[in-house]
Write a protein that binds this ligand. Structure first.
Ligand code: DX5
Ligand code: ZN
Length: 251
């Protein structure tokens, strides 16, 4: 990645989706104090998913409020036209959905999908922004990873149907987390595996054991009054250590 590097080691990435949008700067400060280094931003267009959140203008305001790494999850049907506005607004990494790029029946990449991915990757690289690829639970990631894994900074595995916070973790997704982590190791690829959906003190350890090193947590952080305790408890649940050390935890 030419711009800012994704923080290394075990990271909890609070998802602002569950925060109070009436006082976002304050909400962000509470997770900074809790030791978060990545902020997960869920962009939804009401078409790719049945919910609407926010776009580049809010990302710009968030950028002005924090130095945290802005991990921006695009749950939108036409991501290519929005790459530059999000990067110009201060996003550090954009994650696109495989399904929005183009999948064949069964979830593998279509040739048009690979073409769109390559176009997005080249454009983000030129702007110094990281690139992630995400998969709905019904989409099999392996065909995509074989084709484009080398170009990725992040693989975001959905462990709920995208669209809403507070849903139950789908344990059936654990094997794909393990396969994606193993593949990066075997091939010497640089991507981190991130898990998104239903992360809690009950599910964090299984994600860590499967090889994920970034755990998105929305309701498990923002539904708690004490954000410092919530983040510490999640880190401890994931890798046995509650406090942040250089570069994160349990790399
Ligand atoms: C859901 C979003 C998630 C969401 C997770 O589509 O991608 O990032 O905020 O929320 P929790 O952690 O509450 O499952
Ligand atoms: Zn997300």
């Amino acid at each position: 990645m030419a711009g800012r590097d994704l923080p290394s080691g075990m990271q909890i990435a609070p998802s602002l989706l569950s925060a109070n949008f009436g006082c976002l700067a304050e909400e962000i400060r509470t997770v900074e104090v809790g030791g978060a280094r990545i902020l997960h931003l869920d962009v939804m267009d009401g078409h790719f998913v049945p919910n609407i959140t926010f776009g580049p203008p809010l990302v710009r305001s968030i950028r002005q409020a924090t130095d945290l790494f802005l991990d921006t999850h695009l749950m939108i049907s036409h991501p290519l036209g929005f790459l530059e506005p999000f990067v110009r607004s201060g996003a550090d990494l954009l994650t696109l959905h495989a399904e929005a790029l183009g999948c064949e029946d069964g979830g593998g990449p279509s040739e048009a999908g690979i073409g769109r991915f390559n176009e997005a990757a080249a454009s983000l690289r030129a702007m110094g922004c990281g690139i992630g690829l995400s998969f709905r639970p019904a989409t099999h990631p392996n065909g995509w990873l074989q084709r484009v894994g080398e170009q990725l900074d992040l693989v975001l595995m959905m462990t709920v149907e995208p669209g809403f916070g507070g849903q139950a973790f789908m344990g059936a997704m654990l094997p794909r987390i393990q396969v994606a982590s193993q593949l990066a190791k075997e091939r010497g690829w640089g991507y981190q595996v991130e898990v998104d959906g239903g992360v809690s003190v009950e599910t964090a350890r299984a994600c860590f054991n499967a090889g994920a090193r970034i755990l998105v947590a929305g309701s498990a952080v923002f539904d708690c009054e004490d954000r410092i305790a919530a983040l510490g408890n999640l880190r401890k649940a994931a890798c046995g250590r509650a406090c942040v050390t250089n570069g994160g935890l349990g790399a």
